[in-house]
Design a protein around this ligand. Sequence first.
Ligand SMILES: Cc1cc2nc3c(=O)[nH]c(=O)nc-3n(C[C@H](O)[C@H](O)[C@H](O)COP(=O)(O)OP(=O)(O)OC[C@H]3O[C@@H](n4cnc5c(N)ncnc54)[C@H](O)[C@@H]3O)c2cc1C
Ligand code: SF4
Length: 498
Amino acid sequence: MNVLDGATITAPHLVDCDVAIVGSGPAGAAAARTMAEGGLRVVVLEEGPWVKPRDYPLDGFSAMARLYRDMGANVALGNAPMPVLQGRVVGGTSVVNGAISWRLPEDVRAGWVQDDPALGETLDAETLRQLFDGIEADLGIAPTTDAVAGPKNLLMAKGAEALGLEHRPIARNTRGCEGLGRCLQGCSAGRKQSMDLTYLPVACEHGAQILSRVTVTGVETHSGRAIGVVGQAAGGGRVTVRAQHAVVLAASAIQTPILLQKSGLRHGPVGLNLQAHPGVAVVGQFRETVRMWEGATQGHEVIGLRKEGIKFEALGYDPAIIAGRMDGMGREFARNLSQMDHEAHWGVAVRAHGRGRVRVGFRGRPMIQYNLTSRDVNCLRRGVRVLGEMFFAAGAERVLPGAHGFAAVVDNVRDIVRFETEGPTRPDAYHGAITHLFGTCKMGSDPATSVVRADFRHHTVAGLYVADSSVFPTATGVNPQTAILAFATLCGRRVLAA
Ligand SMILES: Cc1cc2nc3c(=O)[nH]c(=O)nc-3n(C[C@H](O)[C@H](O)[C@H](O)COP(=O)(O)OP(=O)(O)OC[C@H]3O[C@@H](n4cnc5c(N)ncnc54)[C@H](O)[C@@H]3O)c2cc1C
Ligand code: SF4
């Protein structure tokens, strides 16, 4: 790959190109590939380092320090403070995500077009279908096989089946997955088809250049037109990229609105309308050995309640991270630790109605505010109850709902069923986390209520585009990477056509 490490840039550095792209995650990579293949000279600027799979740290905390933004310690403040997890590496969050691949559901697409018919042309159902076919072929997207699922995923299938809930092996963007269970630390075997191994190398084969460890600090404009970006290299040099044709922001639904605000481009509801899929994990303890850190990281999902805005997934993470959420002190903690290999963690994610905002805070860092609604908390209560029932149906002896104000350990179905009506109603009773982000530079026809037009162009600045999930009008209720890849490809095509 053609990567210039910003640590080597110690003096002012000027680059001329056709298109400057900020961010190398799914949005930046898909846009880069599309435009480089179309013959444009593309430069991708990425704040994080380029790390090869063999160098991904194996333990959870080191991986978070090397590959995640701020070690995963960014927090959304509000009625339920929650960590907001994002990658910060060449390939973006695709390097550390669960590889779960979902097409944008047709009901979500149709709802957006119904609310704003101007989106219909860009988000044409047949065009998207063809894009999804292509992405699935490119990234080896296929259902997880039993051979690599491991007990945590197979137990979820058993529990859902017993309750009559629709469930299935998760389709994932992997090739030759060995079930090492390390997706969230980066797949050291190189099996996950993250952007650093797929779309970015293709873009580079077509002439794109990646500047890693360069933090873009502003979008430059002249006479109402974007003409490039400026940034700071890790080596201390100031980087200026002059873009003849376009600037494409693909820095994520948190960083893109921040960059616009810092650049003084405050048109429309930039940074508002933040939407997410907050999720919580429930623990099941089994007599048999589960070893949840083995098997495909996230290999099974329950989709029967998707229309209610509730989705369940098996989880897999490193023992060090699991230990961080364990109860007990002293001997009790030691005993719990010794039982760790009998635990499974399953998550519920909610298509929340909560809204938030992102703005520039202390020292230019993003300040994220986000509040859950009472309806969202009710979805969590229902989700925890259903997960608990699934655990018991799969043979668990105990369930740990993980919410303050309810029994820490439940050993029968009757009590976990009570969680739906008697579980805590305070949002901050739950240990949630946010990994899917949307809506902060909403796409739409009305400049008063949106930041970019229906074709990704900024409403007021010519030559400026937003390609990431900032533009999604709402949360999607499903894992967003595949939809982001499709949208960014469409954005790239739009730039090519301009
Ligand atoms: C732990 C975890 C698990 C997940 N699992 C799944 C999953 O299984 N399936 C799924 O569909 N989705 C999953 N997601 C979500 C998915 O990975 C993201 O929605 C997706 O990666 C977002 O793509 P993006 O390109 O918009 O942003 P990102 O992937 O976040 O990439 C943005 C990039 O821009 C860079 N950047 C930001 N600001 C600047 C700047 N000023 N200058 C230079 N560079 C900058 C960042 O460093 C980053 O590398 C998961 C997320 C997390 C955190
Ligand atoms: S489960 Fe393991 S082998 Fe499979 S993609 Fe994830 S990290 Fe790689």
